[in-house]
Write a protein that binds this ligand. Structure first.
Ligand code: NAD
Length: 252
């Protein structure tokens, strides 16, 4: 099997670091032109786009703002004229629990939903509108193990937002499959990125390793190949599926 994404334009959100960066790098290795979305790191994003090659370019947007989400998709279309795939990867995990003040809880809840769920929904909408015009396309949404087993008391909003992502993805697969539009969920478990550094510092690596069946923690490079495969066309009959990549934590 040879995966060839040459002449495919793929938008990856949150592509400058962590899981998004590994996805962007492996997509480019497979020949894709990547629309490298970033929030604040313009220099890093432009450098990455240059390194990726294949005509890849960087695009800025604060995904907590609907108008910027909409502008992001149209800016990518302006430059590339077609988009073949979308990876909704950007996400945040802000802690707040029931002991927090109501105000702090509402702030955390709203920001989490805006970035993790609203932006994913809105970008999916724009992608579907576009895919309908060009005859099809693929969406990969990055959810989390938290959608299925729940999360700790500090991350109620995070788990809820990721559950929403799963339901959204399945609905897209169900509603638009006959229009040649496929949608998949990838649900990572604990993955070593900036997002979880604080957690590792607090609880230690051994604590996390106790939760998994393998000997080492999952790295972003362990998630990316599945995303490339799902975007390749070889997995279209798995549309609507969730692929768990959590180092065997469900069977441990
Ligand atoms: P990360 O913090 O390294 O990356 C998150 C990305 O999202 C960054 O590039 C950041 O710029 C972007 N982002 C955050 N807020 C934004 C905003 N307002 N506007 C635009 N971009 C914004 O984390 P990561 O671990 O690489 O996470 C990537 C995805 O994987 C997330 O959706 C996360 O929920 C999911 N995930 C991560 C883990 C894990 O253990 N690391 C586990 C399950 C799921």
């Amino acid at each position: 099997m040879q995966i060839d994404l040459a002449h495919k334009n793929i938008l990856v959100t949150g592509a400058t670091r962590g899981i998004g960066r590994a996805i962007a790098e492996q997509l480019a290795e497979a020949g894709a032109c990547v629309a490298v979305h970033y929030h604040q790191n313009k220099e890093i994003a432009e450098q990455l786009a240059k390194e990726l090659g294949n005509g890849s370019l960087a695009f800025q947007a604060d995904l907590s703002k609907s108008e910027e989400v909409l502008k992001l998709f149209s800016s990518v279309l302006d430059k590339f004229s077609k988009v073949d795939g979308l990876v909704n990867n950007a996400g945040i995990a802000i802690s707040a629990n029931v002991e927090s003040s109501d105000e702090a809880f509402v702030d955390s809840w709203s920001q989490t939903m805006r970035v993790n769920l609203n932006a994913t929904g809105l970008l999916s909408k724009k992608a579907i509108n576009h895919f309908q015009e060009i005859g099809g396309g693929r969406i990969v949404n990055i959810s989390s193990r938290a959608a299925f087993r729940g999360d700790t008391s500090d991350f109620l909003a995070y788990a809820a937002s990721k559950g929403g992502v799963v339901a959204l993805t399945r609905s897209i697969a169900r509603a638009y499959g006959k229009q040649n539009i496929q949608a998949f969920t990838v649900a990572p478990g604990f993955t070593r990125t900036d997002m979880v550094e604080e957690f590792i510092e607090k609880y230690g690596e051994e604590y996390v390793k106790n939760d998994i069946a393998l000997t080492s923690l999952t790295q972003p490079r362990d998630i990316a190949p599945t995303v490339v495969f799902l975007l390749s066309g070889f997995a279209d009959h798995a549309t609507g599926a969730t692929i768990d990549i959590n180092a065997g934590s469900y069977v441990h």
